[in-house]
Design a protein around this ligand. Structure first.
Ligand code: NOJ
Length: 559
């Protein structure tokens, strides 16, 4: 394996809408990120992934792009984007963009043209099919496939009497990757941003570019919406890898960049290798969702009502499965959450009783793993899920679609419990900078309500304290990026210890040094004398260390 700059980097994902609002219109913006570069530099991260800021009607907060070449006025100007890239670089911080290639907005000029007539030159940039008719003669979609955002993955267009495919919202028509002209236009667009100086991409929804072009009905059981959630009809299909190889040859291979594909649920380690193994013409890494969705963070109504118990053994098993399956075939990105998942503090930590302890423990577990870690904005101060009481405080298009059906079947309070546990909005609340109104995110009215704990959980209250969550993240980042332990933490071998212990999360990293990360993933104390761990304490999230670990204590030990 050839060594690359991005292997020793520490990533940080920014959801620009909610990071920092520099002009007080209630929406975070690029100048807001520029103003916070010193903060990011102080934390120590050096690879920013910024979620989409291209021009967009914002049906899905920017994942519905209407112009790939310009910045949406909500986020600033093209000049702001250039300045952000330049200023970040000057601090040694690289920037990667979110590349949205599975779909555009229905307001993108391509789609505006495509829908005009069946023989429009852009018709074939998207996926159009004739309607079907049921026994009653009623018009129905071309097949029974589900959309990720609820209902059918087809939307009817009156104008030409056909359906277009959209696996996300109605305003996000899927592109037809069989169309060479469209593919070339995409490659040209990616070159444009690379020439401008971005250091790579996180590639959105990449598993879905190729569809089953027979468009035959799924035989899978239909869900409550009357459609089949048969994701394999448009996920991880063999044809996709032809597109990726072409993209790799024509664009990616020509630059010294980093690429991280989002392959999401449904792809196991072997599928992931098709995208990112060292020997593959694809990406450098892929994000999987397994550990994020574990613990009922996705769509399982039954599991989102009671108290949330953490199954540490199951979590370790999932993470270990990916790590062992990946090494030595491909490099892995590690993360606890992104803008599509609930807050890790609420999912795996204990915000009520052990906020500092559990938040710093989670950071230490993440930052000593092999691969490239990505921190999600706010994670470094232990931000939590929302405490909304009113469903109208949620903003996500997914929530809106979900509500249409959920209200028919569940009591309001149960729906609210479900959303407070699973909604993507949990991760999209304003960043909590200080104890001022809206956590200092804006002096205007924020686009989404802040979590009410901002007076106590915020950057200002933690930044100077080395034992805060922020302080422990910062120390671990430094250790990983730039210390005598860097080689071991980045390139050392990995072995999970005590895999069946329901309280411990422990693993060994061996390289130049011999390290053990041991964490007590629980509210109870834990005796670890049987492990005979003696050595030098490199980092600890408590002031003391003995054979009895305190609640959520995490320690990195050099044996
Ligand atoms: C994955 C993105 O992370 C998510 O936010 C978005 O809704 C879908 N892809 C569609 O682009």
């Amino acid at each position: 394996m050839e060594k690359k700059w991005w292997q020793t980097s520490v990533g940080y994902q920014i959801y620009p809408r909610s990071f920092y609002d520099s002009n007080n219109d209630g929406v975070g913006d690029l100048r807001g990120i520029i103003q916070k570069l010193d903060y990011l530099d102080d934390l120590g991260v050096n690879l920013l992934w910024i979620c989409p800021f291209y021009k967009s009607p914002m049906d899905d907060n920017g994942y519905d792009v209407s112009d790939y070449y310009s910045v949406d006025p909500l986020f600033g100007t093209f000049e702001d984007a250039k300045e952000l890239i330049t200023q970040a670089k000057a601090k040694g911080i690289r920037v990667i963009l979110d590349l949205v290639m599975n779909q555009t907005s229905d307001e993108h000029p391509w789609f505006v043209e495509s829908r005009q007539s069946k023989d429009n030159p852009k018709r074939d940039f998207y996926i159009w099919q004739d309607p079907k008719f049921n026994e009653l003669g009623e018009r129905i979609p071309p097949n029974n496939w589900a959309s990720f955002f609820g209902g059918s993955c087809w939307n009817f267009d009156e104008h030409t009497n056909q359906y277009y495919m959209k696996i996300f919202s109605n305003k996000m028509p899927d592109l037809n990757w069989e169309n060479e002209e469209m593919r070339k236009a995409m490659y040209e667009m990616t070159r444009f941003w690379l020439e401008l100086g971005v250091d790579g991409f996180r590639i959105d929804a990449i598993a879905h570019l190729a569809k089953d072009l027979s468009f035959e009905d799924s035989t899978m059981e239909l869900n409550d919406d009357g459609v089949a959630p048969d994701w394999k009809k448009y996920s991880n299909r063999p044809r996709l890898f032809d597109y990726l190889a072409e993209f790799h040859d024509e664009v990616l291979s020509k630059y010294d960049i980093v690429t991280v594909g989002e392959v999401g649920g449904g792809a196991d380690v072997d599928d992931a290798k098709n995208y990112a193994a060292y020997s593959t013409k694809g990406f450098n890494m892929v994000f999987n969702f397994d550990h994020c969705w574990y613990n009922g963070a996705w769509d399982d109504f039954g599991r989102t009502q009671g108290k949330l118990e953490v199954d540490v053994v199951g979590l370790k098993k999932r993470m270990n499965h990916w790590i062992e399956g990946s090494l030595p075939h491909m490099w892995m990105p590690h993360y606890w959450l992104n803008h599509d998942h609930p807050r890790v503090m609420s999912q795996y930590g204990d915000p009520e009783h052990f906020h500092r302890e559990s938040g710093s423990m989670l950071g230490m577990i993440l930052l000593a793993l092999p691969g490239t870690p990505f921190i999600y904005n706010g994670e470094e101060i232990g931000m939590t899920n929302v405490d909304y009481e009113d469903v109208n405080d949620f903003r996500d298009v997914w929530v809106k679609n979900f509500m249409e059906e959920a209200v028919k079947r569940h009591p309001y309070e149960q729906i609210m419990n479900h959303l407070r546990r699973t909604s993507r909005d949990n991760a999209r609340t304003p960043m909590q900078w200080n104890s001022e109104p809206h956590g200092g995110f804006t002096q205007g009215v924020p686009h989404q309500k802040s979590v009410s704990n901002y007076p106590t959980i915020n950057v200002a209250s933690q930044q100077q304290d080395p034992m805060s969550i922020f302080g422990r993240y910062k120390a671990m980042i430094h250790l990983r990026k730039d210390s005598e332990y860097t080689q071991t933490l980045v390139y050392g071998s990995f072995e999970m210890l005590e895999p069946l212990d329901p309280q411990l999360y422990a693993y060994k990293r061996v390289g130049d040094k011999n390290l053990v990360l041991i964490a007590n993933f629980s509210q109870e104390k834990k005796d670890i004398s049987h492990m005979n761990l003696s050595g030098k304490v490199v980092i600890n999230n408590y002031d003391t260390y003995s054979n009895v670990l305190l609640p959520y204590q995490a320690v990195l030990i050099e044996l």
